[in-house]
Design a protein around this ligand. Structure first.
Ligand code: NDP
Ligand code: OXD
Length: 315
């Protein structure tokens, strides 16, 4: 009997040999085929692992049982108006992804604290630019917008370095030593109490454009900003203006509305802005295949899958 097919669209066709090698180890019961392989019978496809499928394509797979997002954020999948809503959509919420995000956020926050952008610019010019950082971690409050899988890992790591950490989410959280704020009613108190704000929200209609001038009006003057959520969360022209006016003291941005960020974009050269190319957290293919293989085995045993996208909530 032929094996059920796992169709893959993540990393391009060139990545297929690597996916096939990893799935041979982690899910030997499935046959792994490229998304655009013309020889694949749509009826034989049981699973799909995708990042940005063309709209309508998933709906054309009549026996699809589970869609696996190739990343933790699945907004490029849910943008498909024909997405089959009855098929579970599993997010790539692995322990390794959370660890990587925690490391990125800790690096970004420490970069703001220690003036990494200024140091890098001086080094590029061979200039001895002596200065003393104003703060240390123990006197600094980091507020994390989005205290989910990624946000909680970042919170714990920052706490370990000595930062005071607060978090804002839709529902309250109970994390030792971390002050939790929930919902719009508590948002302004959360913003007013932070020295550095980190965005790890999912992309939803409610969170679109949230990092913009009205938000900065609720923050202390000179607050630092990190965005590793999505480019759709931010209005980049508002961020650049707030950096110029001193409303924001510095920013680290990993995500942009247009990726790659165009070479002539002013964000590249702003002296208070560190740009990273959407690298905060993406586990290697072997780790992602191991996770998907484990979820396929759970699904085949009839067990419920963790970290499913919730269509009603929108994340
Ligand atoms: P989760 O779904 O686990 O967590 C989302 C958090 O945001 C939850 O705490 C949720 O609240 C909160 N939230 C959602 N909507 C609102 C709202 N309207 N107001 C306040 N809080 C809200 O997601 P993850 O932590 O796994 O990932 C977060 C995002 O990080 C992803 O969606 C993706 O966009 C981004 N990401 C970026 C990467 C990169 O490399 N730059 C890598 C991986 C992810 P509650 O807890 O109450 O539900
Ligand atoms: C993700 C990402 O969502 O890499 O996993 O952005």
């Amino acid at each position: 009997m032929s094996r059920p097919i796992l169709l893959v669209k993540s990393g391009g066709e060139a990545a297929m040999p690597e996916w096939q090698r990893h799935f041979a180890e982690h899910a030997p019961g499935v046959e792994v085929r490229w998304w655009d392989d013309p020889a694949v019978d749509p009826a034989a496809v049981r699973y799909a692992l995708v990042w940005d499928p063309e709209p309508g394509r998933l709906a054309g797979l009549p026996n699809l049982r589970v869609i696996f997002g190739s990343g933790a954020g699945v907004d490029f999948i849910t943008a498909d108006p024909d997405l089959p809503k009855g098929v579970p959509l599993a997010r790539m919420a692995t322990a390794g992804a959370a660890q990587r995000m925690g490391e990125y956020v800790t690096w970004a926050v420490l970069s703001l604290l220690r003036g990494a952008r200024r140091i890098g610019a001086a080094q590029a010019e061979r200039r001895w630019d002596y200065f003393e950082p104003e703060r240390i971690a123990t006197g600094t409050t980091v507020g994390i917008m989005g205290l989910g899988h990624m946000g909680q890992a970042a919170a714990r790591m920052l706490q370990g370095v000595g930062f005071r950490v607060t978090g804002w989410s839709r529902s309250p959280k109970d994390m030792p030593g971390i002050r939790s704020f929930a919902g719009m009613a508590e948002r302004d108190a959360f913003l007013a109490g932070a020295d550095i704000i980190v965005c790890l929200l999912p992309a939803t209609p409610e969170t679109r454009g949230v990092i913009s001038a009205p938000l900065f009006d609720r923050m202390r003057d000179g607050t630092g900003l990190v965005n590793a959520g999505r480019g759709s969360h931010q209005r980049i022209e508002d961020i650049l203006a707030a950096l110029d006016s001193g409303r924001l003291s510095g920013a680290v941005l990993d995500v942009f509305d247009q990726e790659p960020l165009p070479p002539d974009h002013p964000a590249w050269t702003h002296p208070k802005l560190l740009v990273t190319p959407h690298v905060a957290s993406l586990p290697p293919r072997g780790e992602r295949a191991a996770h998907v293989g484990a979820l396929i085995a759970m699904h085949e045993r009839g067990e419920p899958l963790p970290n499913l996208y919730d269509h009603a909530r929108g994340y």
